[in-house]
Write a protein that binds this ligand. Structure first.
Ligand code: FAD
Length: 473
């Protein structure tokens, strides 16, 4: 059985450790911070915990609509109380971190606390307060993830100009917030803080929200409409040119984006209490000494690996965010890559297929996507026909009072094979799983339309959109 050293205990590293240990390998898992990585401590779970608080507050403000009234005459109001929201987030985080510690112990994984560095001959040096330990193993898996990207023009001071980590620990709800970056993280936090009561402006350098090829343009348009309904101001094709802190407020100078050809408009100034910078991520490779071990990176420092997660160095694999945006930087992708890398550590010749990767975007409403967007299908010269179905037509959506949203499928024109599915609406991030299975198994719109779906459920939306596709309307 191989001995395997895994660097980084995020959803890439800990899944690799679990799998390798279950298969009998001797596993050392090195982590310099908390088990769970970005996902559990600063990403997926903390943001979704805050989002649950935001949803609870939104629902509280609609109680009368559902016939729920206070049993006293006194006015009842609700507001976001950040210390309690953050305390709840911490409790959730700790429960899940504790679960990982227990799982490592029961699988007899050696967890080593410290910062790892590579040396020659498959050796890892782990530096901690107790000194440096040298570990030699048959295989090494690098799963060190990514960190927040900073721009010199937007210097983070963690008070007025903050990053996503700070936004998950704010002690108060800022009156005015500018969010720089209309990608997934920026949009999620913008909707959360708007629900908490902040007046929010999103500044996005490209010409739509969620400007990634895998997100269908219809979803971006819908989200922009919803942002408007929530009174979130969206400045597209604009960038923040400079920021200045004057009397405890941030003055942001925004102007036409250099990233959009022909972007127009005059420079203007927005004043905010807090500017949240959410512009991207950078690889966690500093101090790893990759060159010493012969592990190559691309020009931006992301580790190069093949579809089997093999790096340029024999016996050294890399998985997860540290591979960069050319792969998809999501927790479940890191975990899938982990399983592939472990298989290959055990002598397999696996390659990961990235064509069917579902993604959840936790805005209000949520968005779930899988497979191709319409633009991607068109760029590949595939003859397609798309179909949409509105959320408000579902009985369950009406009963829940969750009307905004749509289902969209993109199918091969002749065969009806589903190539992409995009859902915006309540629970869209859960609903997308059925579409992912359908695409993974090569199913057609007819296959889904001929599957009986329970009534009344939101899942009927996928059935309806497929039925509509068959009828051609
Ligand atoms: P990470 O989770 O970053 O873990 C890497 C670990 O390596 C860290 O614990 C780090 O301390 C450790 N490490 C680094 N260098 C060393 C070293 N030299 N020695 C020892 N240890 C080291 N993804 C989703 O799928 N769904 C979401 O809803 C979602 N929401 C997100 C929200 C936010 C605000 C952010 C920032 C990210 C979100 N993500 C989400 C992305 C997700 O968090 C990442 O894709 C995922 O965590 C990547 O996993 P990983 O194992 O590659 O790296």
């Amino acid at each position: 059985m191989p001995s395997i050293t895994i660097i980084g205990a995020g959803p890439g590293g800990y899944i690799a450790a679990f799998e390798a240990a279950r298969r009998g390998a001797s596993v050392t898992l090195v982590e310099k911070a908390n088990l769970g990585g970005t996902c559990l401590n600063w990403g997926c779970i903390p943001t979704k915990t805050l989002k649950s608080s935001a949803e609870a507050l939104e629902m509280a403000s609609r109680l009368e609509e559902f016939g729920i009234k206070a049993d006293s005459e006194e006015a009842v109001g609700f507001k976001a109380y950040m210390p309690s929201i953050i305390a709840r987030k911490e409790r959730v985080r700790q429960v899940l971190c504790g679960g990982l510690e227990k799982a490592c112990a029961s699988l007899k994984i050696r967890v080593l606390r410290g910062a790892a560095e590579l040396a020659a001959d498959r050796t890892v040096l782990v530096h901690s307060e107790d000194g440096t330990e040298e570990i030699k193993s048959d295989k090494i898996i690098i799963a060190t993830g990514s960190s927040i990207l900073n721009l010199p023009s937007l210097p983070i001071d963690h008070k007025h100009i903050i990053d996503s980590n700070d936004a998950l620990n704010l002690a108060y709800v800022p009156e005015k917030m500018v969010v720089v970056g209309g990608g997934v993280i920026g949009c999620e936090l913008a909707f959360i803080y708007r629900a908490f009561g902040s007046s929010v402006t999103i500044v996005e350098g490209l010409d739509r929200l969620l400007p990634v090829p895998s997100v269908d343009a219809d979803m971006s348009r819908l989200l922009q409409r919803e942002a408007k309904k929530h009174r979130i101001k969206v400045e597209l094709a604009k960038t923040v040119k400079s920021v200045e802190i004057i009397d405890g407020k941030v003055s942001c100078e925004i102007g036409p984006s250099p990233f959009v050809e022909g972007a127009k408009g005059k420079d203007s100034t927005i004043e905010a209490d807090v500017v949240l910078v959410a512009i991207g991520r950078t690889p966690n490779t500093n101090g790893l000494n990759l060159a010493k071990a012969g592990v190559e990176t691309d020009q931006r420092g992301w580790i190069k690996a093949d579809q089997g997660m093999r790096t340029s160095a024999e016996g050294i694999y890399a998985i997860g965010d540290v591979l960069g945006p050319s792969r998809i930087m999501l927790a479940h992708v890191a975990s899938a890559e982990a399983l592939c890398a472990v298989d290959n550590c055990f002598g397999a010749e696996k390659e990961l297929d990235y064509t069917v990767i579902p993604a959840g975007i936790f805005t209000s409403p949520e968005i779930g996507t899988v497979g191709m967007s319409e633009a991607e299908a068109v760029s590949k010269n595939i003859e397609i026909r798309s179909q949409t179905f509105q959320f408000r037509e579902l009985g369950k959506a009406q009963a829940m009072g969750k009307l905004p949203g749509m289902f969209k499928i993109i199918c091969e024109k002749e065969s009806g094979k589903i190539l992409g599915a995009h859902i915006a609406g309540a629970h869209a991030t859960d609903l997308i799983a059925e579409a992912a299975l359908a695409i993974e198994k090569g199913l057609t719109a007819a296959d889904v339309a001929h599957t009986i779906h329970a009534h009344p459920t939101l899942a009927e939306g996928l059935f309806e959109v497929c039925e509509g596709w068959l009828r051609g309307c």
